[in-house]
Write a protein that binds this ligand. Structure first.
Ligand SMILES: NC(=O)c1ccc[n+]([C@@H]2O[C@H](COP(=O)([O-])OP(=O)(O)OC[C@H]3O[C@@H](n4cnc5c(N)ncnc54)[C@H](O)[C@@H]3O)[C@@H](O)[C@H]2O)c1
Ligand SMILES: [Zn+2]
Length: 352
């Protein structure tokens, strides 16, 4: 699959055991470069050696960050700049980001800012990173006040996705990725939705991961190609996220995962939209059933509408009095509705 943008195009390879041929892939992209593999403490021990062994034509070094969101910081970026400088990396050298979305966002942020930008390739190893964060060109670190506050738009030279890496991914993380795949089906691919309905559950999905990942990526690709810099239709990817983020922020760190919160967010926004005749009858039931099949939650208790409202308005305050929410016209088709900030309250009233 190719991502085609005005200033850059690049290949996304989705193939079981793709990591076994990473050497060929890199050789087709880069010559005479030093390469830094940036990874985390869980992923590097699993896949780092295998990758390094195939890069014998290059001078290769690696840096392993602690696993988890806290590594997505300016402090960590700074350590990586120092590391690259110590290794005498120049503008013609390159980075491989090997890991989940945290490593992907951090390493691509560093790549896009070190010496005003050096080349990088993404090798996403979590399902969420494979279907979502590794493509689209958004890089980020968190500030002390807010997630993803600091970042750039920077496209990789390539993305190599090996669904086989999901065999070592903890199940909670697999489910998180599935929530984003359900979202992709819901907003713009009824055939992906049907596939998800036909599969019997998580294991069956993993057995068919290549095809499913490709379809989910196709959804993201279309939106990103249309709206590289996130000024319009890319917002569709936010389905379930307005309420999802509010739940995440209110629940407190570690209580609920992003994917679980989004799963609940998709159900809740659809239920309210259904009641207001903004989405067709029965759609909430379909989303709930899909969540249940993949062991994702459908509701959050106790429901704290007031707190969620405060979280949403706090989030949006800087951006004015209105809010764009994403609703479904049907399964496979979403639309954006602009509402007044205060109107979101009506969407948060606890359902039956
Ligand atoms: N740039 C974007 O467009 C974008 C989009 C969505 C999310 N994100 C970001 O992605 C991040 C979340 O990504 P994530 O869910 O992948 O989190 P993550 O990178 O923390 O990975 C989750 C956990 O799984 C481990 N892991 C990853 N791959 C593994 C494997 N194959 N085997 C065993 N363990 C493995 C990691 O070490 C980590 O402990 C967030 O910071 C979010 O902001 C970015
Ligand atoms: Zn998400």
């Amino acid at each position: 699959m190719e991502i085609v943008l005005p200033d850059k195009s690049y290949e996304i390879i989705v193939k079981r055991h793709a990591i076994d041929s990473v050497g060929e892939c890199i050789a087709s992209l880069w010559q005479n470069k030093k390469i830094a593999i940036i990874s985390d403490e869980h992923v590097f021990p699993l896949y780092g050696d295998k990758i390094q062994q195939q890069l014998t034509d290059y001078e290769v070094c690696h840096y392993t960050v602690p696993a988890g969101e806290s590594s997505k910081s300016l402090e960590m970026a700074n350590r990586l700049y120092d590391f690259l400088a110590e290794q005498q990396f120049t503008r013609s050298d390159a980075i491989i980001a090997l890991g989940g979305g945290v490593v992907g966002d951090l390493a691509s942020f560093v790549a896009s800012t070190y010496m005003r930008g050096i080349a990088f390739v993404q090798i996403p190893t979590s399902l969420l990173a494979q279907v979502d964060s590794s493509i689209g060109g958004k890089t980020a670190v968190n500030s002390s006040k807010a997630k993803n506050m600091i970042g750039t738009f920077a496209q990789p030279d390539g993305v190599l996705i090996d669904p086989e890496t999901l065999t070592t991914l903890p199940e909670l993380r697999v489910r998180e990725g599935i929530a984003e795949i359900i979202k992709c089906g819901a907003i713009s691919d009824a055939s992906l939705w049907k596939d998800l309905e036909k599969l019997t559950g998580i294991q069956d999905l993993l057995a068919h991961s290549e095809a499913i990942i490709l379809k989910a990526l196709q959804v993201k690709k279309t939106v990103v190609e249309e709206d590289e810099f996130d000024n319009g239709s890319r917002l569709l990817l936010n389905f379930g996220h307005t309420i999802g983020h509010a739940i995440e922020n209110t629940a407190g760190y570690g209580t609920i995962s992003h994917g679980e919160a989004v799963a609940i967010g998709m159900v809740k926004i659809s239920q309210s939209a259904e009641e207001k005749k903004l989405s067709p009858a029965g759609i909430t039931e379909k989303i709930s059933a899909m969540n249940q099949k993949y062991q994702l939650p459908t509701r959050y208790q106790p429901w704290e509408a007031e707190k969620f409202y405060n979280a949403i308005t706090h989030d949006k305050k800087a951006r004015g009095n209105s809010l764009n929410i994403v609703l479904l016209k049907e399964i496979g088709q979403a639309y954006i509705k602009k509402i007044k900030l205060t109107e979101i309250k009506d969407f948060l009233i606890e359902g039956k």
